[in-house]
Ligand binder design. Structure first.
Ligand code: HEM
Length: 221
């Protein structure tokens, strides 16, 4: 078996793929959050709309965005396959233990991931699809995406759904970061605390950062 097929079919290979694609998605999330925070400018959505227009029409960014979608798909498919593989290995005497089952997050990564996938599919339909193919009005010569976001975040049910999804994202990342560094072997007793602390910081910062946007937009609408 070549190393490529081992990478895509063995438990440990799949964990390496999960770790690398997961860390890539975190970089995307950081950029996405920084861009989205412009929704909080009291400028009628102007800065955010120009930023969204730039992102939607820049060739390099669109290329990266398709790479990100492909890698995210790989993360989801390999996650499901890994979960199935682990489930069928349970009970086998010499099965290699590749998941940490000692915490709530560690035991439930698959379910947290599936909920996040549902969030993402609905999110893409509501915003990404509308940005690219919807009939949004214009403001200052560009599509008024900020208005659509403001309308969505004026509903308490929609805001509640976002906040719950961001708590799920935080829990998924809390375990995911630690697990990724462990899998990639990027661990040293001297830096263990630092890596773990950084992972927890990012998990909380991303979840809080994304959750605060709908909350503040709802309060201020
Ligand atoms: C307050 C929270 C959020 C807001 C206001 C928001 C807003 C948006 C908007 C307006 C778009 C369409 C514009 C564009 O395609 O560039 C978009 C796209 C997207 N969002 Fe979000 N988002 C939020 C949270 C999230 C979270 C938590 C995730 C992932 C778990 C996520 C993943 C994505 C993805 C994958 C795209 C497609 C990007 C691309 O095609 O390059 N978003 N978001």
């Amino acid at each position: 078996m070549s190393w490529i097929s081992t990478l895509f079919t063995s438990s440990i290979g799949r964990k390496v793929i999960m770790s690398l694609t997961g860390l890539f998605f975190v970089v995307f999330l950081l950029v996405h959050l920084i861009g989205n925070l412009q929704l909080l400018h009291a400028d009628g959505g102007n800065a955010f709309n120009h930023y969204a227009e730039f992102m939607a029409h820049n060739g390099l960014i669109q290329g990266m965005s398709w790479v990100m979608k492909f890698l995210f798909g790989l993360h989801a498919v390999q996650g499901l396959l890994l979960w199935r593989q682990n489930a069928s290995a349970k009970g086998q005497k010499y099965a290699v233990k590749v998941t940490n089952n000692t915490t709530f997050a560690g035991r439930n990564m698959i379910w947290l991931g599936i909920l996040l996938l549902v969030f993402l599919i609905l999110h893409m339909g509501d915003f990404w699809f509308q940005m690219h193919y919807g009939d949004l009005g214009e403001l200052d010569g560009v599509k008024d995406l900020a208005k659509l976001v403001a309308i969505k975040f004026s509903s308490p049910i929609y805001v509640g759904w976002y906040v719950i999804s961001m708590i799920i994202l935080g829990i998924h990342l809390w375990h995911g970061f630690d697990s990724a560094f462990q899998t990639l072997g990027a661990r040293h007793p001297k830096y263990d605390g630092l890596v773990s602390g950084l992972g927890k910081f990012f998990a909380i910062a991303l979840a809080l950062g994304f959750a605060i946007i709908p909350i503040l937009m709802f309060i201020n609408h």
